[in-house]
Write a protein that binds this ligand. Structure first.
Ligand code: ADP
Ligand code: ASP
Ligand code: MG
Length: 441
């Protein structure tokens, strides 16, 4: 079994969905297809949510109208079979009707997930009917029937596997199974989601549950590039990455992968291939345990970082002081990304500022706290990077940019620096030019 995941742009227009259909139909053996919502739809659903919460029926109706138009155009273009076209249209109408009615229940628990997962319901249904029109036997499965994810950060695969086995046992055998990415059930069996971009994660959770031969993630670019192509010129795809490298790059901001994507498949050694829907012949990237190349692989940047400096003249290096600080972050379930210490101060970074107020208040009881927002972590990632020696050049390359923190040596795969977000593009471009475009660094 192969798991194939297609992202928003891949399912975002009649032309691209036709490419997806061709890719799926060209597979040999059974496939499990995981789809995102059409591109733009999840963002529009966030507007709908805003309309519900702020009692703004016009705003909500206008976003629902945009979503309806997008699907209507798709359906009208891809279906020649009138009965199937009507079925697809009726389904979308019914789903959007239910969405409109959520206006009456703004207090509904899990309203956020109820609303923002609707795009995946529509894209999968339409695709299932599209394959049916092509004569490809398929089954469209409800992700909520098997994606039981009690802990989104580290989901247990066993409950997903048992539930999926039951769902599949009830199905007639078909060559293509289709389901919604991003959508899951939480510990209380209420609808939940795997966070923005979470369909990648759905694919690898399903891949691990099915003991799949491979997971393919199809998107709008020819694989994992050595730098963020949205910020830097002359990036190029990387043929192979290890699980560790891909995990570090995704965690430190490479948008092509949800940060948790590799964790479910890494232990089982299931390879993940990143492929381009719009250029299926291009090689793409293989993520696996095969480590062919040592040294530098890629650079990623993670925005929206807050730096917290904690200073205490008497206590910092006193026994137990760091534990006391970490306990506050643990209490408020706030992960720390980078950390550096000196004799009298500790600096650390977080990206989730939900509980920053309470965290600051508690730490201020025994130390002074300074907060700096709008920071960016830039991570240089590769295999055995630190032992390669060349990495020390990173600091001279960035000599014109004020670096606020450095993380070196925590992992042999990653060297990270913290810069003000206003310096991000300059830093990425300078590193790219010096590390990838110049022969002798
Ligand atoms: P999908 O909708 O298919 O999930 P995403 O938009 O989430 O696609 O991810 C693909 C995009 O990620 C690319 O179009 C590219 O702009 C961006 N991206 C950022 N960093 C990288 C990188 N290192 N390599 C490739 N793409 C990257
Ligand atoms: N549709 C969701 C999002 O836009 C999930 C995904 O595409 O992976 O974040
Ligand atoms: Mg994505």
């Amino acid at each position: 079994m192969r798991v194939l995941k297609f992202g928003g742009t891949s399912v975002g227009s009649p032309e691209s969905l036709t490419r997806v259909k061709d890719i799926v139909c060209a597979q040999e053996g059974p496939s499990f297809v995981v789809l995102s919502a059409m591109s733009g739809v999840t963002n529009e659903l966030l507007q709908v949510l805003e309309g519900i919460k702020t009692s703004n029926p016009e705003g909500m109706a206008s976003s629902i109208h945009v979503i309806a138009q997008k699907h209507q155009h798709l359906i009208d273009t891809i279906f020649v079979d009138e009965a199937l076209r009507q079925e697809a249209l009726d389904y979308v109408k019914a789903v959007l009707e239910t969405l409109s009615n959520l206006y009456k229940t703004p207090e509904l628990p899990n309203l956020y997930s109820e609303v923002i997962t609707i795009g995946e319901l529509m894209s999968t249904y339409v695709f299932s009917k599209f394959l049916q029109q092509e004569g490809t036997a398929n089954a469209c499965l409800r992700a909520t029937d098997f994606m039981h994810i009690a802990n989104g950060d580290n989901p247990a695969i066993a409950p997903v596997k048992s539930a999926l086995d039951i769902v599949l046992a009830k199905q007639e055998q078909v060559s293509v199974y289709i389901t919604q990415g991003f959508v899951c059930l939480d510990a209380d069996s209420k609808i939940s989601n795997l966070k923005r971009g979470g369909s990648d994660y759905s694919a690898t959770i399903i891949g691990a549950a099915l003991d799949a031969d491979e997971v393919q993630i199809w998107t709008d670019i020819d694989g994992f590039h050595n730098n963020d192509p949205r910020c830097v010129d002359n990036t190029r795809p990387i043929a192979q990455l290890t699980y560790d490298e891909a995990a570090e790059l995704a965690y430190f901001g490479a948008k092509i992968l949800h940060p948790k994507t590799v964790s479910p498949v890494r232990e089982k050694g299931i390879p993940v291939f990143l492929k381009n829907t719009f250029d299926p012949e291009s090689v793409g990237t293989k993520i696996s345990d095969d480590s062919t190349a040592k040294g530098l692989k890629a650079i990623a940047a993670k925005d929206g970082i807050t730096a917290i400096n904690i200073k205490s003249n008497q206590m910092l290096m006193a026994y137990g002081f760091l534990r006391k600080i970490f306990e506050v972050f643990e209490k408020y379930e706030t992960p720390i990304d980078m950390i550096t210490t000196s004799e009298i101060a500790v600096s650390l970074t977080i990206d989730d500022v939900t509980n920053l107020g309470q965290i600051t208040e508690e730490i201020q009881q025994y130390a002074s706290v300074t907060i700096t927002k709008e920071q960016t972590i830039i991570s240089v990632v590769g295999d055995s990077l630190i032992s390669e020696g060349n990495s020390i050049h990173i600091f001279s390359i960035l000599e014109t940019i004020p670096v606020r923190m450095i993380s070196y040596g925590g992992s042999t795969n990653n060297i990270s620096v913290l810069v003000d977000t206003t310096h991000k593009i300059q830093a990425l471009q300078q590193l790219n030019t010096a590390l990838f475009e110049t022969e002798n660094i």
